[in-house]
Design a binder for this molecule. Structure first.
Ligand code: NAI
Length: 285
């Protein structure tokens, strides 16, 4: 659908991919509320977008449920209604599973999965209530489909985000709310600096701290896609209500291999028609 005059609420929108999505939406005539934990980056993003009439910023830690409700209130106070939720805030919690400690799991799942859940619980009822319909966009990752190295925690959260998006698509269609799962490949962003955001309470029992500090030295590769390019991709996906928004066809061969292996692992039995009927009932909603 058309996004012009609609209001989007973008978590993690002050940097990288979220900012690219914000730029695309502003250009398309949407109002944009950028919610992010980084206060300095929020001010910078607002200045960069140079579209005061269309842009509001609000400081938010997506793991803070009360704060999420306040941020949604602020968005509605400014623009009246929220139509588009982009659950994009995320952190790169990466490392060998043998080094992963509870603080690594809890922080990674809390932001990357919990943040998306908090967005849905907070904002979905508001979209339903105004009755004008809308769109849910979740930033999952290409790694939800082809796990990258050292990504147990990250992949767990991103695969869950993809699963949620697929699961709610049918239900929300009845409310005129579209759902898109966004699964970008490598994109130029600030994600290598995620470690700066790790709260003190998740630093005690962590096996990843040293790795996170080293990662901050890693330069952003020019081979990775620009945030503006993926922002345009997401805008197109919103307009078309695409369930899947992908960016890098270089992953297609690996995805095909993976899915062929999954399909090949069924027992070699003929299909039982009665059982198929019972399964059909489970699949409908
Ligand atoms: P980024 O670090 O440039 O942007 C993420 C933003 O989220 C930052 O502005 C950060 O301050 C914010 N944020 C982090 N924790 C937060 C919290 N608790 N509450 C509110 N805001 C918080 O990184 P990037 O790459 O733009 O990441 C955006 C999303 O894209 C993430 O979900 C990430 O996992 C995902 N992604 C990134 C890929 C990449 O190659 N850059 C590839 C696939 C997925």
């Amino acid at each position: 659908g058309d996004v012009s005059g609609r209001t989007a609420f973008i978590t993690g929108g002050a940097n990288g991919i979220g900012l690219g999505i914000a730029r695309a939406l502003v250009r398309a005539g949407a109002n944009v509320v950028i919610a992010d934990i980084r206060e300095d980056a929020l001010a910078q993003a607002k200045a960069d977008l140079a579209a005061d009439a269309q842009v509001e910023t609000v400081q938010l830690d997506v793991t803070d449920r009360a704060g999420f409700a306040c941020a949604a209130d602020a968005a509605e106070a400014r623009f009246g209604k929220i139509h588009i939720l982009v659950g994009n805030a995320g952190v790169g919690v990466m490392g060998p599973v043998l080094d992963a400690r509870f603080d690594d799991w809890d922080w990674g799942m809390g932001v990357n999965l919990g943040g998306v859940i908090n967005g849905l619980v907070t904002i979905l009822p508001r979209i339903k209530a105004h009755g004008e319909g809308g769109q849910i966009v979740t930033t999952s990752s290409q790694s939800a489909l082809i796990p990258i190295g050292y990504s147990a925690i990250y992949t767990a959260a991103k695969a869950a985000v993809l699963g949620i998006s697929e699961a709610i698509r049918g239900e929300l269609a009845a409310e005129n709310i579209g759902v898109s799962a966004f699964m970008p490949g490598p994109v130029q962003s600030n994600i290598a600096h995620s470690g700066e955001l790790r709260p003190a309470e998740y630093r005690e029992d962590s096996g990843y701290r040293q790795r996170e500090e080293e990662l901050e030295q890693r330069p952003v590769s020019p081979l990775w896609m620009s945030a503006d390019e993926v922002g345009d991709r997401v805008l197109a996906g919103i307009r078309a209500n695409d369930l899947y928004i992908l960016t890098h066809p270089e992953f297609a061969a690996g995805m095909r291999t993976r899915f062929d292996a999954i399909l090949a692992s069924f027992p070699d039995e003929t299909i039982n028609q009665d059982r198929a009927k019972a399964i059909g009932f489970l699949l409908s909603n």
